[in-house]
Design a protein around this ligand. Structure first.
Ligand SMILES: [Zn+2]
Length: 111
């Protein structure tokens, strides 16, 4: 099995051999991942590629979708925007927050 297989519980093996996991339970049909078969984003339907940390499990798309996982790009552009709108942020505030998130996690620029 390739290193992208995440098994029943998502676990990240850190360089110091410690194991980091968290309370996240993907549906059974979503947990078989190989380097040849990534999850498909539930929003844009593109394959979810490994993020900067090698994580291939994507992101929680709620409230845009109650099922599946979404890619990093949709996580910021669609899901984060929807969450901030629900919280009552202005469009200008939302644009600023999204710009910072994109620089950090998608364009990988340090602050
Ligand atoms: Zn997407």
């Amino acid at each position: 099995m390739s290193k992208h297989h995440i098994g029943i519980e998502p676990i990240i093996e850190l360089p110091n051999n410690k194991v980091y996991s968290w309370d996240f339970r993907p549906k059974k049909e979503e947990i078989i991942l190989t380097t040849e078969s990534f999850l498909k984003c539930v929003i844009c339907e593109e394959p979810i590629e490994p993020n900067i940390n090698g994580w291939t499990g994507g992101n929680n798309p709620f409230p845009v979708s109650e099922n599946g996982r979404c890619c990093d790009s949709c996580d910021v552009d669609v899901v984060l925007k929807a969450r901030l709108q629900n919280l009552g942020f202005s469009e200008q505030q939302i644009d600023s927050i999204i710009a910072v998130q994109k620089d950090m996690f998608i364009n990988k620029k340090p602050l």
